[in-house]
Design a protein around this ligand. Structure first.
Ligand code: MG
Length: 161
């Protein structure tokens, strides 16, 4: 479909467990727990990746990078995002902007937001000013609020190059 703009939404959630590194937007964040999963389980990058694939109606991460495939064991999610970016670029689209929300009770993510925006911007071939990353707690409620999980939402706008 040769349309000028396409918008996509992404959502993801991962369990927080001991003995794992915490990676968000490709940036390692010092914390006593990390996110559980097959890859590095970077919940923010997964949400952005699904938003990118969704904007182009290319399916989702589960279809492109199945967690049953040993090639994706402990892989950096930035590599998966780069793959998805390559697919939308091949269709003639560029990323215009990303807006994302990370839901995490702890740690405070504010000090890492600048690095996260730079990290994602480098993969998506845009400026950090085209990426917004916001952090929210869940006010002590539900799995995120109890410190059992982190979640992320992302919206992306693509435009024809
Ligand atoms: Mg995920």
């Amino acid at each position: 479909m040769n349309v000028p703009f396409r918008i996509g939404i992404g959502y993801d959630i991962h369990r927080l467990v001991e003995g794992r590194r915490l990676i968000l937007g490709g940036v390692e964040i010092p914390f006593e727990k990390g996110l559980l999963g097959h890859s590095d389980s970077d919940v923010l990058t997964h949400a952005v990746c699904d938003a990118l694939l969704g904007a182009a109606a290319l399916g989702d991460m589960g279809t492109h990078f199945p967690d049953t495939d040993p090639r994706f064991k402990d892989v950096s999610s930035l590599d998966l995002l780069a793959n998805a970016f390559g697919q939308i670029a091949a269709l003639g689209y560029a990323v215009q902007n990303v807006d994302a929300v990370v839901l995490a009770e702890r740690p405070r993510l504010g000090p890492y937001v600048k690095s996260i925006r730079e990290s994602l911007a480098a993969i998506l071939a845009i400026e950090p000013g085209q990426i917004s990353v916001k952090a929210k707690t869940s006010e002590g409620m539900e799995s995120v609020g109890r410190g059992e999980a982190m979640a992320a939402h992302a919206v992306v706008l693509l435009a024809r190059k």
